[in-house]
Design a protein around this ligand. Structure first.
Ligand SMILES: O=c1ccn([C@@H]2O[C@H](COP(=O)(O)O)[C@@H](O)[C@H]2O)c(=O)[nH]1
Length: 283
């Protein structure tokens, strides 16, 4: 489905009506086993479609993690295609977590894969890496604008190793991550109610962002992975995000998926997190 409404506007409405939560579909081998499924493409398909059944009609954004599908080769990609299509058909926005980043000419092919409505993997948004230089993302930015999609660029990732690169200082004294956020701010200029060009900022980062003087207000969404299995909780969000909290989209994978394969239990687990996040954002 091609839309004339921007991704930022669609995401804002989904966050306001369904609640600010993205649930990741990460079919770890250990989760397949815990759900009583084989570590095969058939197991992958059952896992993914169960997650879609439990979540796609209620949760704002579903985020399939491409790596867990790619490991099964072409049959895994076929399952990923079906997962994306069924999740979108059921009303969820789909953010493909592929973290693509390359020189511009190759980036154009990645953009065609995820952001061209004619592609079997067409998604509402895709995660990208700006660490080949923000300008290398230009083909993805242009494709997103054309198709009413979005991108989420890695800015301040949830893993402890990220700071080595992302907090590095540029010659002008600003951080590398701050520069990425500045580029996103420029992309989002004038977009209301929210921009389509998001940043990934880990919920695990405590007060380190404020301490480094990094401005998180880009006018776009801030995808916040790290709640649950990586140790962060919804209560951490105000410290990490400060005044940018209204645009934060927390993302949780394992801490929801561990409640499967029971569909009702999966739905209830996600609903509890939505309530916890809403309580913090609306406090
Ligand atoms: O900085 C980042 C960027 C992406 N991720 C991805 O989010 C999920 C987290 O899964 P959990 O089970 O909730 O820990 C996973 O797909 C990561 O690749 C991230 O964690 N941090």
């Amino acid at each position: 489905m091609v839309t004339t409404e921007s991704f930022g506007a669609r995401l804002r409405r989904a966050m306001d009506t369904r609640g600010p939560l993205c649930v990741g579909i990460d079919p770890h081998a250990s989760l397949l086993a815990a759900w009583g499924l084989d570590d095969t493409p058939d197991g992958l398909e059952r896992f993914s479609l169960t997650a879609v059944e439990a979540l796609a009609g209620r949760i704002a954004v579903l985020k399939p993690q491409s790596a867990f599908y790619e490991r099964f080769g072409s049959r895994g990609i076929a399952v990923l295609e079906r997962t994306v299509a069924e999740a979108r058909a059921a009303g969820a926005l789909v953010l493909m977590d592929a973290k693509r980043g390359d020189i511009g000419s190759t980036m154009a092919a990645y953009a065609a894969t995820y952001l061209d409505p004619a592609s079997p993997l067409f998604s509402d948004a895709v995660t990208v890496s700006p660490y080949l230089g923000y300008g290398s993302l230009r083909p993805a930015v242009e494709a997103a604008r054309e198709s009413g999609c979005g991108i989420f660029a890695l800015a301040l990732t949830s893993n402890p190793e990220g700071a080595e690169v992302q907090h590095a200082l540029r010659p002008d004294g600003t951080t590398v991550a701050g520069s990425v956020l500045g580029h996103l701010r420029a992309e989002n200029a004038g977009e209301r109610p929210m921009g389509s060009f998001g940043a990934v900022v880990g919920a695990t980062l405590g007060d380190t962002i404020a301490a480094a003087g990094i401005d998180l207000d880009t006018g776009g969404p801030l995808l916040a992975p790290g709640i649950g299995a990586q140790g962060a909780t919804p209560a951490d969000l105000p410290v990490v995000f400060g005044a940018a909290l209204p645009n934060v989209l927390p993302s949780v994978s394992r801490d929801v998926l561990r409640h499967g394969p029971d569909v009702t239990a999966l739905t209830a687990a996600a609903a509890r997190i939505v309530e916890d996040v809403r309580a913090v954002v609306e406090a």
